[in-house]
Design a protein around this ligand. Structure first.
Ligand SMILES: Nc1ncnc2c1ncn2[C@@H]1O[C@H](COP(=O)(O)OP(=O)(O)OP(=O)(O)O)[C@@H](O)[C@H]1O
Length: 693
């Protein structure tokens, strides 16, 4: 069979033709998979797994090899396992290939067994596959979890282990005996922290605190501005107020990125200061603020060892904490969650905060989404309803009660439903997108543009004209800023540099430039292409050069915003941190990269920062945990399967005051809204006790 490195219809037709006229042997199967990798339909890594399976098991059948390659492909797309029956019956529902690739897929499928049980039989016969409940664990590289009642799932061993670890810890934590609680004291403090407002039927923030007081595990989810951090700060104060040994309470704050961690610490501390008025001298809140450790990335908290999968803290050397609050938990991938739960002592309380509807991590797993499957419905059991009424004085409305058996996890989960910060057209658009209603989303956009013209808070262009994207990036629109505000701040260096009080003026100027830059951001669905991160970064740099704002050449220039790509604990910079190269105050000391972390300004010499990327444009994935006054979401027609509902929702909810959508062609927004991302995972089945070995 010929090998071509481009994906064109002729080549793919030739694959289909060749497969149709030869008996399908394992060797031919590998050839087909390699051809697919050459055509860019699979990764070489995916085929390498299939080839390795055949090397190790000479009896491996074609369907075993295909399942192995697709499993590896799924892992690359963020799934923790492969739903086997779906692959057998509707391969393209799993693979999502384009129309021109269908004949090649169909030709191979015509030669493979039609029934899932034949695939299962082939996998079960392989010594490389451990069938859960049937085979002992000998370290087999693949794990098959099959049951009569539900879809069989095929795992790479590593992800099976991680899901099992996460599920067993969460089950233990959510089924553990409730913590002994002085209900009268708890009620007193809950009433003090959440005075009646009459705004909602049920104060879900108060409910969330009550639920979290009862156990060692709790999930607080909600959209932007629903008060997750506000609630978590009150919860901390409650734990402090009701702890027998409050003066020794060890509190840690963490998030997947440095920026989100710093933001969490800042918000918790300001919320605690704000509480002082309602507690007077009765509670030593400054003492509690002191007990809150530095906000850290999860990598730093767990003592990640660079370039290894090992962690400094684990079951044998647990973290030294009593309460751990993790923000932006939707970005915590399966492996990280597994490491975190292993390292957390059983007596410590874990509080996960996050928006379940946001994009999941790039890496495999969608743990928060899985854990929050029941969050909207509530599903609270009678015990929980009684407890909340007794301790918080809140009546959970009957439509949130469990109709029958109440799932253990749901009793530890609270969803905050009212946004305090996020209102108006941006919130209406986010709600319509989240509901999967493309027509309503477009209507919200059009109504705002028609009514407000240039002053519209949300706007959209779908005509695919790149010059408009470039103009937006420079000038913004109406009151919505672009990068010209940052350019002006940057150019003030000419006035700042000669000042006699430069040592004092320099940090103020650096803050001003960083804050001006943070007013606007271009967010992209993809990295490559003119409508991706690479093309838009180049375009903004070209505009800045043409305007004489930055140096005409060179990788490093004053005003270059960079995003850190790798954690470097020694330098104190972490994946996702954004800083800016600017002249240092000391003459002749060249450029340093300045980072604003909370209120603290830090700098690192450019020479020491090896793994960074220019950050005028960034992916939506990397923008999680950040917000900008004006956010522009740029949708490339090349984004394919990446364009999904969660990506659009996450992009919109990064906007504080203005949101602009720019699409390469009409219909991209509607298509994205119609494509919710479903990550395959067996976590809920683990939690329901279906897999127990
Ligand atoms: N019950 C409340 N009463 C008054 N103000 C509130 C209440 N809940 C939240 N807020 C305010 O609303 C704003 C948003 O709250 P907060 O930052 O806690 O939300 P969040 O869900 O953590 O937001 P994000 O999406 O940024 O993570 C804050 O200014 C907070 O002080």
């Amino acid at each position: 069979m010929s090998r071509k490195r481009t994906r064109d219809t002729t080549t793919l037709d030739m694959f289909a033709e060749a497969v149709a006229h030869q008996p399908l042997t394992p060797a031919l199967t590998l050839d087909v998979l390699r051809d697919w990798a050459d055509a860019g339909m699979l990764r070489r890594l995916d085929v390498a797994l299939a080839a390795w399976v055949l090397e190790q098991d000479a009896q491996a059948t074609p369907c075993t090899l295909v399942a192995a390659a697709v499993l590896a492909q799924m892992e690359g797309r963020g799934h923790s396992c492969l739903p086997l029956a779906q692959l057998v019956n509707a391969p393209n529902a799993v693979l999502g290939w384009e129309a021109q690739e269908q004949p090649a897929l169909q030709a191979l499928w015509a030669q493979l067994p039609v029934h899932c049980h034949d695939w299962l039989g082939a996998l079960q016969a392989s010594p490389l596959v451990r069938v859960v409940g049937r085979h002992a664990d000998h370290g087999q590289p693949l794990v098959l979890a099959a049951s009569d009642s539900a879809q069989p799932l095929l795992y790479l061993r590593r992800y099976w282990d991680h899901e099992r670890t996460v599920a067993s810890h969460i089950l233990q934590r959510s089924q553990a005996r409730p913590v002994a609680l002085d209900a009268t004291a708890a009620r007193k403090w809950l009433d003090a922290f959440f005075p009646p407002s009459g705004a909602e039927d049920c104060n879900w923030q108060k409910v969330a605190c009550a639920l979290a007081l009862r156990g060692h595990f709790s999930v607080i989810t909600g959209g932007p501005g629903t008060g997750k951090t506000y609630t978590a700060a009150r919860l901390l104060a409650l734990l402090f107020a009701t702890a027998p040994n409050a003066a020794q309470l060890r509190v840690a704050l963490a998030a997947p990125t440095g920026k989100a961690a710093a933001r969490l610490k800042q918000s918790i501390e300001s919320a605690l200061h704000g509480l002082q008025a309602s507690v007077g001298d009765a509670l030593d809140l400054p003492g509690l603020v002191q007990r809150v450790g530095a906000a850290r990335t999860l990598h730093a908290l767990l003592g990640a060892r660079p370039d290894t999968r090992h962690w400094g803290y684990h079951a044998g050397r647990p973290l030294d904490v009593d309460v751990l609050i993790v923000d932006e938990a939707s970005m915590v991938h399966l492996e990280m969650m597994s490491a975190l739960l292993e390292a957390l002592p059983p007596t410590a309380r874990l509080i996960l905060l996050g928006d379940k509807d946001q994009l999941a991590s790039v890496e495999a797993g969608a743990v928060l989404g899985d854990l929050c499957r029941d969050a909207a419905a509530g599903r609270y059991g009678a015990d929980t309803v009684d407890f909340v009424e007794r301790v918080a004085g809140e009546r959970i409305p009957p439509n949130f009660h469990a109709p029958a058996a109440a799932p253990a996890l749901a009793q530890h989960t609270a969803m905050l439903r009212a946004s305090r910060r996020f209102a108006g057209p941006i919130a209406a658009l986010a709600t319509a997108v989240n509901a999967g209603d493309a027509a309503a989303s477009v209507q919200v956009l059009q109504a705002e543009m028609a009514a407000q013209g240039d002053a519209a808070r949300i706007a959209m262009r779908e005509d695919g004209r790149l010059p408009f994207v470039h103009a937006l990036a420079w000038l913004g629109r109406g009151d919505a800023p672009g990068y010209s505000a940052y350019a002006q701040a940057l150019q003030r260096w000419a006035q700042v540099q000669p000042r006699s009080d430069l040592a004092a003026a320099h940090p103020l100027w650096v803050r001003e430039v960083l804050q001006a830059f943070d007013r606007f951001r271009l967010l992209c669905a993809v990295r490559e292409g003119a409508w991706g991160v690479a093309g838009l970064n180049q375009a903004v740099v070209a505009t800045l050069r043409a305007q004489g704002v930055i140096a005409a050449e060179g990788e490093w220039y004053a005003g270059r915003p960079v995003m850190v790509q790798r954690n470097d604990a020694a330098l104190g910079v972490f994946n996702g941190d954004i800083g800016m190269a600017l002249p240092s105050a000391a003459p002749g000391h060249g450029l340093r990269v300045y980072f604003l972390q909370g209120e603290e300004l830090r700098s690192v010499s450019v020479a020491r920062l090896a793994h960074v990327e220019t950050a005028f444009a960034m992916t939506v994935h990397k923008s999680q945990g950040s917000e900008f006054e004006h956010t522009a979401l740029v949708l490339s027609a090349q984004a394919g399967g990446v364009l999904g509902r969660e990506l659009v929702y996450t992009g919109i909810t990064r906007a504080r005051q203005h949101f602009t959508l720019m699409a390469e062609r009409p219909g991209l927004l509607a298509a994205a809204i119609a494509s919710p991302t479903r990550r395959s995972s067996g976590l809920l089945r683990f939690l329901e006790g279906e897999f127990n070995s």
